[in-house]
Design a protein around this ligand. Structure first.
Ligand code: CDP
Ligand code: CDP
Length: 227
């Protein structure tokens, strides 16, 4: 059997990574891997056990026994820690507030990256769309398709604040900016690395963004198949 085609997608919060990647996977008959969900699930688990992200030794110890499962079928998405379904819980603001602190620990990144690579290699589908912050640069730098999904800060904040009703748009925007700033100090997801195609979704609606990404995949795989 041939190796699965990896489509690597990075970008800042609100650029449309998760929703666009999932729809792209569906359109191509591929699996879908949300790497951010694993950073969130580990953060949820640490909160659940009362472990502070600053207690790095305890975080690493917990990472080693971290029993985490994620659905990679774009039509059957779920996140579980042990026997607990945390699909919704990992989106809570208390998790979002600590995830950057957890994600900046190098041992955490190394440990989760190994799991991501195992999931990508093990997909039964012809390919997998993996999205996050460092998929194009660290997790799968050799992927045949690498995309940086961007959008203006205004567009990204507008999209995010539309999803929430309980917080004001200003508070959401501020939290998003702070998180992107913290994350950018660890990995660069604002600038396209060599060989990475930028898709700017500022002026595109959701369907147009999916179309643009599918088109990049089609073009790139055509080129790499030499025809
Ligand atoms: O969907 P959203 O943009 O809110 O974030 P996410 O993709 O769920 O990622 C949550 C957090 O995980 C980010 O803020 C980063 O701190 C971290 N992350 C990371 O460090 N590297 C990745 N490849 C993916 C996520
Ligand atoms: O994962 P990330 O934080 O990058 O973004 P997301 O959660 O997939 O997308 C945030 C919101 O933007 C979703 O509600 C998408 O449907 C929406 N979106 C949009 O309105 N226009 C686009 N061109 C792309 C996404």
């Amino acid at each position: 059997t041939s190796k699965p085609v990896v489509v690597a997608i990075d970008g800042p919060a609100g650029s449309g990574k998760s929703s666009v990647s999932r729809a792209t996977a569906r359109a191509l008959g591929f699996d879908y891997l949300d790497t951010g969900a694993s950073y969130r699930a580990l953060s949820w688990d640490l909160l659940d056990r009362g472990i502070d992200a600053a207690e790095v030794d305890r975080v690493i110890e917990e990472l080693e026994r971290f029993d985490f499962r994620i659905g990679t079928d774009p039509d059957d998405y779920y996140v579980r820690v042990g026997s607990t379904d945390v699909t919704d819980a990992i989106r809570e603001p208390r998790v979002t507030a600590v995830v950057s602190l957890v994600a900046r620990i190098p041992e955490v990144r190394r440990g989760l990256n190994e799991r991501f690579r195992a999931i990508m290699a093990g997909t039964p589908k012809p390919g997998i769309v993996a999205e996050g912050r460092d998929i194009t640069t660290v997790v799968a730098p050799d992927a045949p398709v690498r995309i940086l999904l961007t959008a203006s800060e205004e567009a990204r904040m507008g999209r995010r604040s539309k999803e929430l009703t309980s917080e004001t748009a200003a508070a959401v925007g501020e939290a998003l900016r702070t998180r992107d700033e913290a994350d950018s100090r660890v990995v660069d997801f604002m600038n396209a690395a060599d060989g990475v195609t930028t898709v700017d979704s500022t002026e595109l609606d959701f369907d147009q963004t999916v179309e643009a990404v599918v088109e990049v995949v089609a073009q790139t795989t055509r080129i790499s198949h030499g025809g």
